[in-house]
Every structure is written in C-alpha cells, then in structure tokens.
Design a binder for this molecule. Structure first.
Ligand code: NAI
Ligand code: 15L
Length: 266
C-alpha cells in the first residue's frame, strides 16, 4: 500500500464515517481520531480518542504518521470560544505536531464559508480575497493561512479543500450548486494525496454541477475530474421565483443559511 499510516481526524463525523472505509486501500494503517466515540478499531485501524485542543495528545497522535486528512473540528457556525478551541487551537496543534513528526503532507478540510460573503452572482477562484461569512469561516481562513506559513517556512505541503456541500444528496436549491458527492470527495482526496507535488494548493470541492460559483483553475495540477453532478436532483427543487431572491440574504450570498447564524443575529 502507498502509505504506512494515514491519520484521519474527525473520524466520528459525517464525512469521517464515510472516509474511514474508503481510504483503507491507501495505507497499511488508518489512524482514526475524534473527540467522540468511534467504536472499536477494525482490521488495519487504530483508534485514538482525543481533543484537538489537547496539545500533548495531538503530538502523541502524530507519531509514525505519513499524511494527515484533517477533518476534525466544529463544522458549523458557533460562538467564538468554541470555534477558537476546536478549530484554531486544534489546527495549530495539528501543524505543530506535523512539523515535529516530519509529516510531509496534509489535506485540510476547509470550507466554502471562507468565501461565503461573495454573492451567488460572483464567480471566484483560489486567488480571490477570502470573505468569510462567520466565525466558522474565519477559522477556516486561519487554517488556510497557517498551512501556507508551514509550507513557506518548512516545506510541509497542504491542499486546503474548500468543501461545498458533501452530503448524500442536495437538500435545498443552493446545494444544487455546492453539491460534492462522496465519490467525488474520495477521488479529490486521492488526487490530493497522490499528485507528486502540491505545494500549497487551495481547491474547491464540488461535483460537476450545472451551475458553479467557483473556478478550480489553480488546482488543475491535481488532475481532479468530477464524475457526479447535482443534475439528477434538480427536479426536487423546482423554480419558485427569482434566484437570487430579492432581500433574501440566504440566496444573495454564497454562504446561504450561514448568513443568518453569525453573532449579529443572536
Ligand atoms: P461533522 O461535524 O460531522 O464532523 C466533525 C467531527 O469533528 C465530529 O465528529 C466532531 O466530534 C469532531 N470534533 C469537533 N471538535 C473536536 C475537537 N475539539 N477535537 C476532536 N474532534 C473534534 O462534520 P463533517 O460534515 O463530517 O465535516 C468534516 C470536516 O469537513 C469539518 O472540518 C468541516 O468543517 C469540513 N466541511 C464539511 C462540509 C460538508 O459538506 N460536510 C463542507 C465544508 C467543510
Ligand atoms: C460547511 O462548511 C459545513 O461543514 C456543512 O455542514 C455544510 O453546511 C456546508 O458547509 C454547506 O455550505 O452546505
């Protein structure tokens, strides 16, 4: 197998539970970590339950690891203190541990909410200035900058994957644009891990959807090609008026419903 050991953080989460099975062919051992229960280790697995904010635990977690898929952390908007601990402190701990352990490459699960304040009429690429739509998005911007620093300073490669909406299927009209099927996610991760040189790359994680807000030109070296599309779900969300709808910020901005969850709405 290509790697001796892959570390997957966030292994108890929605994507972690999918990836747990799907990344097995890539490594002799998949080390799974989360703050929540992950069940017993299966063949070819190691299970390490810990808080990303626990520096000593994260450093121990990294021993013997070749590559990291960093999916752990708070995945929706929350108060700053919670985001700071899990996502900011947690991602810092991951990178310090990565550096100390000599890990060569990380895939960081960033998010479309790093750019959620662009409009749904905008078309952006990885060089467009970030426009986070809340504390959660800000923490993803932090992770993107942190990983760039560790690349510039130490040569540790990272792909920051700005995931759109990776769920079994779109659950609203917005997700017809942001949909990222599980199969396409796995294919993207394969590209992120096996492309010979990735440097520091920002890629958008999306399927081949009929409409898009994101241009993946600066990730073309990954060779990722989506196989799925949200087209098959279009009929579930028939046109009900203008899109974006006037005065509805959840359709005016790319971040959708997250625009209603920031601190200003408390
Ligand atoms: P999720 O919320 O289901 O999973 C995240 C996991 O991280 C959870 O199992 C949680 O227990 C764990 N976690 C939270 N705080 C932690 C801490 N302090 N220490 C250790 N573990 C902790 O989220 P999901 O959907 O699986 O997303 C995975 C990653 O991908 C997240 O980083 C999320 O921000 C990112 N992402 C996901 C998208 C999606 O469409 N599913 C879209 C954009 C980004
Ligand atoms: C995210 O960043 C979240 O982690 C996920 O739960 C979805 O809300 C997704 O973005 C989205 O924008 O649909």
């Amino acid at each position: 197998k290509p790697f001796k050991r892959i570390l997957l953080t966030g292994a108890a989460g929605g994507l972690g539970r999918i990836l747990r099975e799907r990344i097995k062919p890539w490594a002799e051992i998949v080390r799974l970590s989360d703050i929540s229960d992950m069940g017993a280790a299966q063949a070819g697995e190691e299970v390490v339950q810990c808080d990303l904010a626990d520096k000593a635990a994260v450093h121990a977690l990294m021993e013997g690891v070749d590559v990291v898929l960093h999916f752990g952390g708070i995945s929706t908007e929350n108060n700053f203190e919670a985001i700071m601990t899990a996502n900011i402190q947690g991602t810092y701990n991951i990178y310090e541990a990565v550096h100390k352990a000599g890990v060569k490459r990380v895939v960081f699960a960033s998010s479309n909410h790093a750019v959620g304040y662009y409009k749904t009429t905008d078309y952006i690429d990885a060089n467009s200035p970030r426009r986070p739509d809340g504390m959660y998005g800000i923490s993803k911007c932090f992770g993107e900058d942190l990983s760039r620093y560790y690349y510039d300073r130490f040569g540790i490669e990272t792909v920051c994957l700005r995931i759109g909406s990776s769920f079994p299927e779109p659950i609203n009209k917005r997700m017809l644009v942001t949909y990222f099927s599980y199969d396409d996610l796995v294919e993207m991760l394969r590209c992120c891990l096996f492309t010979p040189r990735v440097g520091h790359t920002i890629a958008f994680g999306m399927s081949d959807n009929p409409a898009s807000w994101w241009d993946n030109r600066y990730a073309s070296h990954l060779g990722y090609q989506a196989k799925d599309s949200s087209t098959q779900f279009t009929h579930k969300f028939p046109d009900s008026g203008d899109y974006p709808e006037k005065d509805d910020i959840t359709t005016i901005y790319q971040g959708g419903g997250f625009l209603l969850t920031g601190p200003q709405y408390k």
